[in-house]
Design a protein around this ligand. Structure first.
Ligand code: FES
Length: 195
């Protein structure tokens, strides 16, 4: 039987990070580093975790491989199958839904030519539906890779996808004129001198 632990190794940059994470935990508690190590491996492997990578991490942390597979299958941020280059996660929980997430999702499906849970034919995007992303005040939101794009509508959603497809990286955050999560159009309270 093929020894899968021999077919994945962390590259130099990843190995440096791996060491830092493992060093945070005392002897006998190395397994606590499993989540960051999986994240590092997933990034190195282009967005998913081959079995070989999970087995390698299990070996590094003295864990039974099944314990690592359990972590991967429990958390949505890990993937055990290849994904598109970009993950588009559309929040459809109530505040985003009230602010138009259904139309955002429809715009994504139309622009990408695929449904939720699928990867676009060009292999660039995987589309998912997510529960509250914790940024409701700027709803509706799409979480793309490591960034949030906020205050979306179907038109700027299409533009976002087109830019990503061209290899561009639009500025993350709000897409309307507001400072972070401050009210659009400027302050509505605490506007006086307070005197
Ligand atoms: S409901 Fe979408 S971020 Fe909270």
């Amino acid at each position: 039987m093929k020894d899968q632990t021999k077919t994945f190794v962390f590259d130099t940059d990843s190995a440096e990070l791996v060491e830092k994470h493992i060093a945070k935990y005392p002897d006998g508690q190395k397994a606590s580093a499993v989540m960051p190590l999986l994240d590092i491996a997933q990034r190195q492997c282009g967005g998913w975790l081959p079995r070989e990578a999970m087995d390698h991490i299990a070996g590094l942390l003295d864990m039974a491989p099944i314990r690592v597979y359990e972590v991967v299958s429990f958390y949505e941020m890990y993937h055990d199958k290849p994904r598109g280059k970009h993950e588009l996660r559309v929040c459809t929980t109530t505040p985003c839904w009230l602010r138009g997430s259904t139309e955002i999702l429809m715009a994504c499906e139309k622009e990408l030519g695929c449904k939720v849970g699928e990867t676009s034919e060009d292999g660039i995007f995987t589309l998912s539906e997510f529960e509250c992303l914790g940024a409701c005040v700027n709803a509706p939101i799409i979480w793309v890779d490591d960034d949030y794009y906020e205050d979306l509508d179907p038109e700027n959603t299409r533009k976002l996808i087109q830019a990503l497809r061209k290899g561009e990286k639009p500025e993350p955050g709000t897409t309307v004129q507001r400072h972070k999560s401050a009210p659009a159009g400027g302050l509505t309270t605490l506007t006086g001198s307070g005197g």
